[in-house]
Write a protein that binds this ligand. Sequence first.
Ligand code: AMP
Ligand code: MG
Length: 360
Amino acid sequence: MTKEQGLGVQSAPDRKTAYVILGGPDDAQNFAKAGEILRNGGVVGFPTETVYGLGASVYCEEAIEQVFRAKGRPNDNPLIAHIADMDGLEQLVSVMPETARKLAEAYWPGPMTLVLPKLPLVPDAVTAGLDTVGVRMPSDPNARAMLREAKVPVAAPSANRSGKPSPTRAQHVWQDMDGRIDMILDGGQCACGLESTVIDCSGDGIVILRPGYITAKMIEDATGIVPTIGYGKDLGGSTPRAPGMKYRHYAPKGKLYLATGEGSLEEQCKAIADAYDSNFAHGSKCVILVTEQDKGFFGEREQILIGNLDDLSTIAHSVFKAFRDCDTKGYDLIYMRCVPEEGVGAAIMNRVVKASAGTV
Ligand code: AMP
Ligand code: MG
């Protein structure tokens, strides 16, 4: 690792990026090409059911370094190794604890990453020097086809530039990665829209390191063990106490402000409307991310609909796209209410709080 890479210094775009739309007669050929690029040390943006990934062969350190350069991110962050089937696990992991086996049986292929003790042959570049490796078997058919052709585990973070919202469409990958990687596979919209649940099974008990579609309740159902919450405790609870005090992540360029979650629906909407109006009066371009439940409160103020609180998966599906749409339209200030932290709501709030700059 050079000092430059350690600081996350960006490389200038210098590659020709092939863009391939999947779903046609050439799919088999395109997956074979992507597999060949990966085996030869190239970097491929590919769809999964969570978000788009930026893939490189686990065994090619030069390609792993290119992933970090393309993202503009310091390489002290471990990557997730993606596998096509259980044979792939044997190339990565030294032991498979019973709890992990139960989780894998229940939720793989799917939006779940298991952190497990690694084999010595897994490079430090992938695991950031940890003695564990994060492994995921995605369910997206395009991801699976590419992984089968790669014939090696594929290390991949989300395919966004560091700090930006995760990409849920291939166009987002193109915006961030054109000229920095070798190929982008366009498989349309991601089914889930939020990153995988990361679960540490390498020690005693089960620890959720990042919330996602696979919830604490689902983990308990599969294993009989109540998982420990190992993420963002200082920002937890239905009311984010201090969003923005940590570094912003997943964030749009405009500043995102959250209604605190206290008070009635009407009171929260009024707090947002008041903040909007006073900043609008001072010349800021403002927008409100609304749900079916509160969209009626804001009259003529600019709005983007992000889903329905009766089905939080609709919001999970569109929240990152909404952040990117805010950037495209050049909004300075973005407002939204918190969602209930039930089911996938915990994962939505985890991302939204990290993206936020404060409360109204
Ligand atoms: P991303 O690269 O954006 O998909 O995020 C990957 C996530 O998985 C990060 O939150 C990592 O910290 C986490 N992760 C991957 N591997 C490990 C590991 N071995 N131990 C702990 N966390 C991991
Ligand atoms: Mg990411």
